[in-house]
Ligand binder design. Structure first.
Ligand code: DAH
Length: 349
């Protein structure tokens, strides 16, 4: 019995070392130490042995059992460690890998880019940037800008009225009055902002953007207006551009002009490759904005703020930001600016 126990212990130890997984090892353990295994059975029979044999047999069997148990425990620790390492290796996630797909960095909307470019030109010429409310009094939007009571732009169908004397501003010109109320001359400001009109087609949206300009000083002339707008046109459309002023009418300027820039597609020739220029339609000039000398009646509304029409003069101008952007980037439909289709937006900037 003692010899058999020692033999089993040696055999078990070999089997334990041969186990290649924890499952394998468990099988070996059951084979040698399980309830029906030979060694435990022998242990149970020790009590039936003659008294003089019991001590030696019991001791040998218990030693064999302990030897197998400790071999199993040692091998189990080794296998668990190896299996953990293998599992970690298999489940490895590289958290430093970039996300998929990589997100492209956004950019400014073309209207914002264009507004900023316009601002930069006038900041460089010494103008300040002012802003005013998008919902304004009829007084600022029409009355103080010398619009006669029956002026067509005042019609309920042409302007968004909030109440009888409050409107969504139809242009940025009302900020001319607000800027003059806020500071005495000399005054050089531009006013970028959102404006509203009930129109909607390929060249009109109910909401769009303008940049207003106002210069008030002593001895300001139409030649200063021309020079200022020439500098703007060249900075925006190219160094070789010219501008021309055509007589026009606006209620708040006298004289008033519409301002054209020489076509930058045909270089003012009217034709491209022997055919009619597609941009200016052969006209050689492209209208870019309205302007004029500030009407003395307008100064009359701000006389108490230091604007004496006998002493000072001013020029003013107003342009559409969308129009400038469309011309410069050949955008065919104004509504593209507001669809927010990234395939359109990502082409700029
Ligand atoms: N406010 C005019 C409009 O919205 C644009 C304009 C024309 C502004 C002439 C001016 C100007 O300051 O002098 O159509």
């Amino acid at each position: 019995m003692i010899e058999r126990a020692q033999h089993l212990a040696a055999e078990a130890r070999d089997a334990v070392h041969g186990a290649s997984s924890t499952a394998d090892l468990e099988e070996v353990r059951v084979r040698y130490l399980g309830r029906k295994a030979e060694l435990p059975q022998m242990l149970r029979q020790v009590s039936q042995l003659p008294a003089e044999e019991r001590g030696g047999a019991g001791q040998a069997l218990n030693e064999a059992r302990r030897a197998i148990e400790s071999a199993v425990a040692g091998r189990a620790a080794e296998l668990e460690e190896a299996e953990l390492v293998a599992r970690l290796e298999r489940d490895r996630i590289d958290v430093t890998l970039p996300g998929d797909p990589v997100r492209e960095l956004g950019r400014l909307h073309l209207i914002t880019q264009t507004r900023r470019e316009i601002e930069d030109v006038f900041l460089g010429l010494g103008f300040d940037v002012a802003e005013g409310p998008e919902v304004d009094l009829v007084h600022y939007n029409f009355d103080a800008l010398n619009h006669a009571p029956g002026h067509p732009a005042r019609a309920w169908t042409d302007t968004f009225y909030v109440s009888e004397d409050v409107v969504l501003r139809t242009h940025t010109s009302p900020v001319q009055i607000r800027a003059m109320e806020a500071a005495p001359p000399p005054l050089y400001v531009i006013v970028p902002g959102r404006v509203f009109r009930p129109d909607s087609d390929a060249t009109h949206t109910p909401q769009f953007h303008q940049v207003e300009g106002l210069a008030v000083d002593e001895d300001v002339t139409l030649a200063d207006l021309h020079g200022t707008l020439l500098a703007f046109a060249r900075a925006t459309f190219g160094d070789e551009r010219e501008v021309r002023l055509r007589p026009h009418f606006f209620p708040f300027t006298e004289p008033s002009v519409e301002v054209d820039v020489s076509c930058f597609q045909c270089r003012g020739t009217g034709s491209v490759d022997g055919g009619r220029c597609p941009l200016c339609k052969g006209e050689r000039w492209i209208e870019i904005l309205g302007a004029g000398m500030v009407d003395p009646n307008v100064f009359g509304y701000v006389r108490e703020y230091g604007y004496d029409p006998e002493r000072i003069q001013g020029f003013a101008f107003g342009m559409g930001v969308e129009r400038i952007a469309m011309l410069k980037h050949e955008v065919p439909d104004l509504r593209l600016f507001y669809d927010n289709d990234v395939r359109f937006l990502e082409q700029f900037g």
